[in-house]
Write a protein that binds this ligand. Structure first.
Ligand SMILES: NC(=O)c1ccc[n+]([C@@H]2O[C@H](COP(=O)([O-])OP(=O)(O)OC[C@H]3O[C@@H](n4cnc5c(N)ncnc54)[C@H](OP(=O)(O)O)[C@@H]3O)[C@@H](O)[C@H]2O)c1
Length: 387
């Protein structure tokens, strides 16, 4: 039997996959957008290389991983009937990580986060009817809490249907949480809500850059248009990946919903900026909260400007993340800290290395290609003596 995992080619999904492969004996069935298994394996190598070398990857591919090339937005993921039946027959639990995080596209968020999640729920229902499903873990986001100001949000009071959403991403993830719980009444459902995930406490490399780029830009500004005592809840990817994988495997959990966040331990912007050292240098900043509204408007205008001006990307970045930076809202994390016995490290204590890695690599992950000397994905290497 297998854990069915979506989103393993993405940033957080790669952490969950790597941890499950490390800490459990179970097989993983992975839905990967690709034409065939070979293409799926190559895409998976691009994300899992953050966590392992190619030899380990190739060994796991042979021994523990089943690839299902498909798309969440197609009925039954677009799988042929035999593959769908095999997936239903072997799915023992589900970790649904995949999503569209495109805050500017209501269509993509709707398609992936709602229609796509419904397909995953349908798979779980079919598997549950056949042989029972141990747990359905849904990776959501603290953005489901909608517009807030200066709050510490608790898990059970996060969803308020009367409140405006941050953006289509927050709104669709909120309804997806609701849909998963309502349509799987007999399956233990666990909701994980990470706050902003950035960097890794063990190494500098990251393969996700949007919020990293925004933070690097802030760190290099002389005048920061934010309140020095304001806070943005940031959590390291290794903590989030461990929490999802480890709690998913537990037989019993105390709660139905977990914030995976820094909570009250979140640093203020002043504390954060004092701790960030880029290439050994500490920058002096002036905080100018009065410029906050003006900066948001300028970012909006820059986002709408012609590409040729070269400022539309930075504008779009700040426009989409501005609410996350200015709501000064953190997410109570006592439940996960109690379960794991450890709190996440604050970004200021490890994040300089993340920002330096991103700057040095021009905000792109330096992907190592598939070693072409190795045969195709699932085919064991043919050695001369075996040939
Ligand atoms: N990163 C954060 O700061 C953060 C914070 C809070 C919550 N989260 C949650 O964490 C989860 C993962 O986020 P992430 O940051 O890892 O995002 P990501 O790097 O963009 O990964 C998204 C994953 O979803 C897959 N996916 C998207 N559309 C798909 C489709 N139509 N069919 C199949 N797979 C599809 C992507 O596959 P492709 O590789 O083929 O595109 C990728 O594997 C999401 O549920 C998100 O809401 C993330």
């Amino acid at each position: 039997m297998s854990i069915f995992l979506t989103g393993a080619t993405g940033y957080l999904g790669s952490y969950v996959a790597a941890r499950l492969l490390d800490r459990s004996e179970q097989r993983l069935a992975l839905l990967v957008r690709a034409k065939d298994e070979d293409g799926a394996a190559r895409r998976l190598w691009e994300s899992l290389q953050l966590h392992m070398d190619f030899d380990r990857f190739a060994e796991l591919l042979q021994s523990r991983i089943d690839l299902f090339p498909g798309d969440l937005t197609r009925p039954r993921f677009g799988l042929e009937t035999p593959a769908w039946q095999r997936l239903v027959a072997t799915t023992d639990s589900v970790v649904h990580v995949a999503a569209s995080l495109n805050r500017m596209s209501a269509r993509l968020c709707f398609d992936v986060n709602l229609r796509g999640s419904l397909e995953v729920v349908e798979l779980a229902r079919a598997a549950h009817e056949l042989h029972g499903v141990r747990r359905f873990s849904f990776v959501s986001t603290t953005a489901v809490c909608g517009e807030r100001q200066d709050e510490v949000v608790q898990e059970d009071s996060s969803i308020d249907w009367g409140r405006r959403d941050y953006d289509p991403y927050g709104g669709t993830k909120k309804f997806a949480e609701h849909m998963v719980a309502r349509l799987l009444p007999e399956v233990p459902v666990t909701i994980f809500r990470p706050s902003t995930v950035m960097g890794d406490t063990r190494f500098a490399a990251t393969s996700q850059f949007d919020m990293v780029r925004a933070t690097a830009m802030l760190a290099r500004m002389k005048v920061i248009p934010l309140h020095p005592d304001g806070r943005h809840d940031i959590v390291p990817a290794d903590y989030v990946g461990y929490a999802i994988a480890d709690l998913h495997q537990r037989e019993n959990l105390r709660h139905h919903i977990y914030h995976l966040s820094a909570g009250k331990g979140t640093e203020t912007y002043r504390e954060l900026m004092e701790r960030i050292r880029l290439f050994g240098k500490v920058s002096r900043h002036v905080f100018a909260p009065a410029l906050r509204g003006g900066f948001g408007a300028v970012a909006g205008a820059a986002a709408a400007s012609p590409r040729a001006l070269g400022i539309s990307y930075a504008g779009a970045l700040f426009k989409s993340f501005w609410p996350y930076l200015t709501f000064h809202t953190v997410f109570d994390n006592r439940r996960v800290v109690e379960e794991l016995g450890a709190a996440p490290m604050p970004f200021g204590s490890y994040g300089s290395a993340t920002l330096e890695f991103a700057i040095e690599n021009d905000f792109r992950y330096p992907t190592r290609p598939w070693p072409e000397a190795r045969a195709s994905a699932k085919t064991p290497e043919v050695t001369p003596s075996a040939a």
